[in-house]
Design a protein around this ligand. Structure first.
Ligand code: 3PG
Length: 307
């Protein structure tokens, strides 16, 4: 009987685990559940004899991949796979996949949750401001960016996007003005919502140069990855301009400094929670389980992200 390990430091909603179980039961596979794991040793032990793994932001290092000697496939139930050592997977002949789009709406909704919380001053009873009529820049027009645009239209925001990998015609079709450079996006928009992946090119790519051109009361909303922010540049501009704001799912490493010095100019979640809804967990979890069965039974390698 094939074994599938679900290793999640941040567990899925119970209904998602149930959905995964049903997919695996139907295929005649065994589900092994490792939730809230606290050490690589614990994970390595659980991974020793499994054929497949489902993870979230859990760091699948070469050490973990190496310890899973029977592993054939690992699926990141979510979009970003910066937490998987892809070279280690390729070296061991392990297929790595993600489940693009399955949790995107949840992330987009959180971006608006943070924006509203911020412009309404943490619901403290004092007078805030509105999103209607403000300019929203979507930095990367992928799955999350599209949901952000859809929600923003309901709020009556003016939409702009920058994405060198998407045709301007596609962006225009959705009623959004495509911009040619990042600088333009940050210069024009009151709010910029970040949706770039974290990789060698994008790490620390958003910093002083872009933030300093934002208009008065500019706000950066980061539901992507904290690693794409150059925190030294962020601190520098937060210090130079007392009107700029930073909202982020997952606090930056310089959290204490920002919290201590710049009250009212930040919103940070306690734990990464963009995709933390039952719906997103069910969509991504069931997609992951289905992709595993389709790969192991039929060799279907759709959504493979390593070569
Ligand atoms: C993703 O890349 O899909 C999101 O960042 C969600 O991450 P999570 O599964 O750890 O919540």
């Amino acid at each position: 009987m094939k074994k599938v390990l679900v290793a999640t430091e941040k567990p899925f909603a119970p209904a998602a685990v149930q959905g995964i179980r049903e997919v695996l039961d139907k295929a005649g596979y065994e589900l092994v559940l490792l939730e809230k794991h606290t050490s690589p040793e614990e994970w390595k032990q659980a991974a020793a004899d499994v054929d497949a793994m489902i993870i979230r932001s859990d760091k699948a290092t070469a050490d973990i991949i190496g310890a899973a000697s029977r592993l054939k496939i690992i699926v990141r139930a979510g979009a970003g796979y910066d937490n998987i050592d892809l070279d280690a997977c390729t070296d061991k002949g392990v297929v790595a996949m993600n489940t693009p789009g399955q949790n995107s709406n949840a992330v987009a909704e959180l971006a608006f949750g943070m924006m509203l919380y911020h412009v309404r001053k943490g619901f403290d009873g004092t007078s805030g401001s509105e999103l209607r009529g403000k300019k929203l820049g979507i930095h990367a027009y992928g799955n999350v960016g599209k949901y952000v645009a859809e929600i923003a239209r309901g709020f009556g925001m003016d939409l702009y996007a920058f994405d060198p990998f998407v045709d301007n015609a596609v962006i225009e079709q959705d009623g959004i003005k495509p911009l040619e450079t990042e600088q333009e996006l940050y210069k024009i928009c009151d709010f910029v919502s970040l949706h770039i992946p974290s990789n060698e090119k994008t790490k620390k790519s958003i910093g002083y140069d872009l933030l300093s051109v934002m208009p008065a009361k500019g706000t950066l909303v980061n539901t992507a990855r904290k690693e794409v922010i150059d925190e030294a540049g962020l601190l520098k501009i937060m210090n130079e301009r007392d009107d700029l704001n930073y909202l982020s799912d997952v606090a930056p490493d310089c959290r204490e400094e920002i919290e201590g010095k710049y009250p009212g100019r930040f919103v940070f979640t306690a734990k990464k929670m963009g995709a933390q809804t039952a719906e997103a967990n069910i969509n991504a979890g069931i997609a992951a389980a289905t992709q595993i069965v389709n790969f192991l039974e039929k060799g279907d390698n759709s959504f493979q992200v390593n070569k």
